[in-house]
Design a binder for this molecule. Structure first.
Ligand code: NI
Length: 258
């Protein structure tokens, strides 16, 4: 069974000493491909460097809403350069986080809009992070538009109330280990509403380890538990869902997989 971890952060300090062996454990567990996601310039550079060292690693480069207050003049030029790397498959993660508010909201909005416009210009798919700001984020997307290659709502937590609106924008929806948490019934309901061809799975390592590893450092080799959780919820076969999400991820990130 081949799996694709559509969102992880092996570029974080949590994996400073053992990202390569973590990657290899993932491979042994069937995770043939993964996108390592940046949150500022230097983390995006680290992600790209890892793509040179591991065949199955691809990178997303961009400014996370938490870090948007650190976005400086000239960073757009740096970002463009990073995004021209052949294994740089998406602009991300970008978006709005009104739960933590680590950057002022007006700054988050400005940096989100600017990166969305850049993605459209260079036609890169976007990886979008939203927390407690789904209406606001969708209104930015409505105003600025999406690149023709589309976007994913990563680690979706909008529940049933937003899923139809999200799907109407053509978004892919990526589910994380939260799908295995006991208090996530509304999320599980929303997972049933996503058409197969729009589903992605992710670990968001080092965060959100699925049951039975909840609370530990998460890693790509645990992706099987996310897949299993999603398959159970939807009443589908694991093997088939693995194949579908693998193909979806390769299509979305425009990676040749034959
Ligand atoms: Ni992330």
């Amino acid at each position: 069974m081949k799996l694709f971890d559509s969102h992880c952060h092996l570029n974080m300090r949590h994996f400073k000493d053992d990202w390569k062996s973590t990657y290899e454990r993932g491979l042994k567990a069937g995770v043939y491909r993964m996108v390592v996601v940046g949150w500022d310039i230097s983390s995006s550079e680290r992600a790209l460097k890892m793509t040179d060292e591991a065949e199955g690693v691809y990178a997303a480069c961009g400014f996370h809403p938490h870090d948007s207050k650190l976005f400086r003049d000239g960073d757009d030029v740096k970002l463009r350069k990073l995004l021209s790397h052949p294994k740089s498959v998406a602009l991300g993660e970008i978006g709005l986080d009104y739960y933590y508010d680590n950057s002022p909201r007006d700054v988050q909005l400005k940096v989100f809009e600017a990166q969305l416009a850049l993605a459209k210009e260079i036609d890169k798919p976007v990886v979008i992070h939203v927390r407690d700001a789904y209406e606001e984020a969708l209104s930015v997307v409505r105003n600025v538009g999406l690149p023709s290659s589309g976007g994913v709502l990563h680690c979706y937590t909008g529940g049933t109330s937003f899923i139809e609106k999200a799907l109407s924008f053509g978004f892919y929806i990526s589910f994380s280990g939260i799908i295995t948490f006991p208090n996530a019934d509304d999320l599980r309901e929303s997972a049933k509403m996503v058409p197969k061809e729009k589903l992605l799975i992710e670990t968001d390592s080092p965060y959100l380890a699925p049951k039975p590893h909840r609370g530990k450092r998460n890693e790509p080799s645990y992706l099987i538990y996310v897949l299993r959780g999603l398959a159970n919820v939807r009443g589908e076969e694991e093997e088939e869902l693995a194949l579908v999400t693998y193909e979806n991820a390769n299509r979305f990130f425009r990676i040749n997989y034959l």
